[in-house]
Design a protein around this ligand. Structure first.
Ligand SMILES: Cc1ncc(COP(=O)(O)O)c(C=O)c1O
Length: 488
């Protein structure tokens, strides 16, 4: 399998504290990541050039840190090849309690961000027909799907796979994908992932449904969910039994002081949906402390965590409390929502009941797609695609901010440090959502109003959730132009 295994295009999340100097901080972060097993033996590290560029360090600093770690036996560096994690003993798959979230200087991501009452961005094609301009949230640029890489991986997988691959298998999912994800999530998102605790699902929507049913079965009668939040996900939880406790959201993310009687909290810590805040370190600490103290469960929906556009560190909350936080990821933003491929990393106590719920729901998620994704991750084509997408969406984000600033300076744009959508808040006294949606319909521009994301929108701020990744290829500038026209 001739595959490019160069480390120049891989993501690496590091909990970085540079208060004692950059090199020292980098060495310590790498040492911890290897020693706790978050970076698996054999994992490829970014090239010194790539890591230096992403951290804003000099290349010499990164080289010196790599050399030091190689000298200590943590890394192996072969001249002309990638630097990898060496085979060192993992003291404990579960990391020592580290006091949850970090101080703001305490970690760094080294990557190294007619009016249709349709709940959130998972609009069905028929809902909007085929609008001339589409800025609904919930989709990557589908024309950028990595078809060639997917095809190569499919060919490779089908050539190598025995016929048994087409038989029913483990409800947790294919071992190849669980292994690949455990390595990837540890390296790129700071997740403490053991393949035995990974369950592959058919989308986050299914992940949440399974979890809600399992938690309800274990006695959870109320689940806290962000307000505003994803309307479909609220329905999913409600249908499984628990009542919804609304968690107000402000500039620091969801408020932990409003948990009330909830036994579970569903959060989007990296990039709150739809407001876009990053959960503040104090709040991160408060949620994990609540889970530890009460036996509650935090469900971390990391739906767009791969897309961070600044250097601000935001690793997975799960990495700080893996026995209390369920990590949930998906390919819906990185590849395509129609793949229906997602994953959970579970605390030990939830593995067996979730696996059983998955088994009785649909036996398991389809195998071929899992094997193809495992191959994409293993060959780093997945990293390359995510990194190329990040660059493209960052440019789109910049253009959105620039154009709104120039042509609709009265609106407030928020949540743009990460993800594939921005929240545009409409000022009081100006045209509200209804009027804007009427204007948009006249231009055949599909937009998502904020109103459906509140349990009760009466008296709430009004706005639009702009999915700037949605327009395909070169369709983006015209969609933006239409947006500016309706907002002007
Ligand atoms: C907040 C949020 N979570 C998760 C998802 C992904 O859901 P799924 O994996 O079911 O497509 C989305 C998709 O748009 C989302 O907006």
């Amino acid at each position: 399998m001739p595959r490019n295994r160069s480390g120049s295009g891989v993501d690496l999340h590091l909990d970085l504290d540079t208060s004692g100097g950059r090199r020292t901080g980098l060495e310590r972060a790498l040492r911890t990541a290897v020693a706790t097993g978050r970076l698996a033996p054999g994992a490829v590290l970014p090239s010194t050039r790539a890591l230096a560029a992403e951290l804003g360090f000099s290349r010499g600093t990164v080289s010196a840190a790599y050399d030091q770690l190689a000298a200590e036996g943590y890394l192996t560096a072969v001249p002309g090849s990638s630097t990898r994690v060496a085979e060192v003993a993992r003291p404990d798959a579960t990391p020592p309690a580290r006091g949850d979230g970090r101080t703001s200087a305490g970690s760094a991501t080294a990557r190294s961000a007619s009016a249709p009452p349709i709940p959130h961005g998972q609009a069905f094609p028929g809902d909007h027909g085929n609008p001339a301009h589409d800025l609904l949230p919930g989709r990557p640029d589908l024309s950028a799907f990595p078809s060639a890489a997917w095809l190569r991986s499919t060919r490779r997988v089908l050539t190598a796979a025995p016929p048994e691959v087409h038989a029913l298998g483990d409800p947790r999912g294919r071992p190849e994908l669980r292994e690949a994800l455990a390595g990837y999530l540890g390296r790129a998102r700071g997740v403490h992932a053991d393949p035995a605790r990974v369950v592959i699902t058919s989308g986050y929507a299914q992940s949440l449904g399974l979890l809600a049913a399992v938690l309800a079965g274990a006695g959870t009668t109320a689940a806290a969910m962000e307000e505003p939040g994803h309307p479909l996900h609220r329905v999913t939880v409600r249908r499984a039994g628990p009542d919804i406790v609304p968690l107000p959201v402000d500039d620091l993310g969801a408020r932990a002081d409003a948990l009330g009687p909830a036994g579970a909290a569903v959060l989007t810590p990296a990039h709150q949906y739809p407001c876009g805040a990053t959960l503040h370190p104090d709040r991160r600490r408060a949620f994990t402390a609540w889970a530890r103290d009460t036996g509650g469960t935090v469900i971390e929906d990391d739906y767009d965590g791969e897309f961070r556009f600044d250097r601000q560190p935001v690793g997975a909350l799960q990495g700080t409390a893996p026995d209390h936080v369920v990590y949930a990821g998906t390919t819906s933003k990185t590849l395509a929502p129609a793949l229906r491929l997602a994953w959970l990393v579970l605390p030990e106590r939830l593995v067996e009941p979730v696996v059983e719920a998955k088994r009785v729901t649909d036996a398991h998620t389809q195998s071929l797609g899992q094997l193809v994704l495992a191959d994409l991750i293993g060959g780093h084509a997945y990293d390359r695609h995510v990194r190329a997408s990040r660059l493209r969406y960052r440019r789109r984000r910049d253009l959105l901010v620039e154009m709104l600033h120039a042509r609709a300076p009265h609106v407030r744009v928020q949540g743009v440090a990460a993800g594939l959508h921005a929240l545009v808040l409409l000022p009081d006294g100006g045209p509200g959502e209804d009027e804007i949606m009427r204007r948009a319909a006249a231009l055949d521009l599909a937009l998502m109003p904020l109103r459906d994301h509140w349990q009760d929108p009466a008296g709430r701020p009004q706005g639009l959730i702009i999915g700037y990744s949605t327009p395909q290829g070169r369709a983006y500038p015209a969609a933006l132009d239409a947006l500016c026209t309706v907002l002007a």
